[in-house]
Design a protein around this ligand. Structure first.
Ligand SMILES: Cc1cc2nc3c(=O)[nH]c(=O)nc-3n(C[C@H](O)[C@H](O)[C@H](O)COP(=O)(O)OP(=O)(O)OC[C@H]3O[C@@H](n4cnc5c(N)ncnc54)[C@H](O)[C@@H]3O)c2cc1C
Length: 257
């Protein structure tokens, strides 16, 4: 029996560059009409682009009137980066069910949001939905004047180099507010590991008071595929199989390793 989570097929309706490294894609069509948002403001979905089997995670920037908006960072190289850099309008992608993590305690008197460019969709959506006094630290390579809500209290930071992050040092230098609050942060994984240690050991924060997520791994090579999906995909397509049947064969091949 398949235990695969709910999936939706969606078409790319629009592609809109927002900045040098950020592209907005609007997904829609009948296959995604039944998409269910969790309502959690940092919710994300897995996205599989045409001809690929591996998913990459993207924050649901908005879900409204049957259209799902994701904002994609285009960096040096990557499966989704390369696809989203080109004309992908009209392509069909697979979107997995949404999951969210943001869980601010009811007694939080302040909220801190910290992230690099990949975290900005979640930072924007969180700051639109909360009324708690919020401070934001944004480490981004591009000017994003209108991306975050008007009047947001933002400290803009420049990344040390293309594709790098120094967010851990920035957080260690923060002057923290007193009283109960909530700290949310996402970005490069090594930076996030350093901050989790800092929050536990130096600041001794209870785990319910923070959420720190690695969104990408700097310096990592593209994930090797245990089974190359390319030949399986091409053979399946040539045989007239559906993507679902090809996925199942790919899963069987991996399980047989
Ligand atoms: C919960 C969650 C939500 C996320 N939301 C978003 C979002 O809304 N928008 C978004 O753009 N990303 C988001 N990400 C991050 C995104 O999934 C990764 O950056 C992903 O690796 C990009 O896939 P790719 O195919 O472009 O590159 P990959 O094929 O995965 O990676 C290729 C190479 O690029 C490097 N790399 C990957 N990401 C970056 C980057 N951002 N900057 C520099 N180098 C990189 C890798 O180290 C690797 O060497 C999210 C991740 C998670 C876990």
């Amino acid at each position: 029996m398949s235990t695969r989570a709910q999936q939706y097929d969606a078409q790319v309706l629009r592609r809109e560059p927002l900045a040098a490294h950020l592209v907005r894609l609007t997904l829609g069509g009948p296959g995604i009409a039944g998409f269910v948002s969790t309502g959690i403001p940092d919710e994300w979905v897995g996205v599989v682009v045409p001809g690929q089997f591996q998913s990459r995670y993207y924050t649901v920037r908005a879900w409204s009137a049957g259209e799902l908006v994701i904002d994609v960072v285009v960096h040096d190289e990557g499966l989704v980066t390369e696809w989203a850099s080109g004309d992908c309008v009209g392509d069909t992608v697979t979107v997995t069910e949404a999951k969210g993590s943001f869980a601010m305690p009811d007694d939080a008197a302040w909220l801190m949001l910290v992230g690099d460019l990949t975290a900005m969709p979640a930072v924007a959506r969180i700051s639109e939905t909360v009324t708690t006094p919020t401070r934001i630290w944004a480490e981004v390579p591009d000017d994003l004047p209108a991306y975050l809500p008007e009047g947001a209290d933002v400290t803009w930071l420049a990344p040390p180099a293309e594709g790098q992050s120094a967010l851990a040092a920035a957080v260690e230098a923060i002057d923290w507010p007193a009283g109960p609050g909530y700290f949310w942060m996402a970005g490069e994984s090594a930076q996030m590991r350093a901050i989790r240690k800092h929050l536990m050991r130096e600041r001794r924060m209870p785990s319910a008071a923070y959420d720190v997520m690695g969104y990408w791994r700097g310096g990592a090579q593209r994930q090797p595929r245990a089974v190359d999906p390319g030949p399986i995909y091409r053979a399946g397509k040539a045989a007239g199989k559906t993507d679902e049947q090809i996925w199942a064969e790919y899963d069987d091949a991996r399980a047989a390793e």
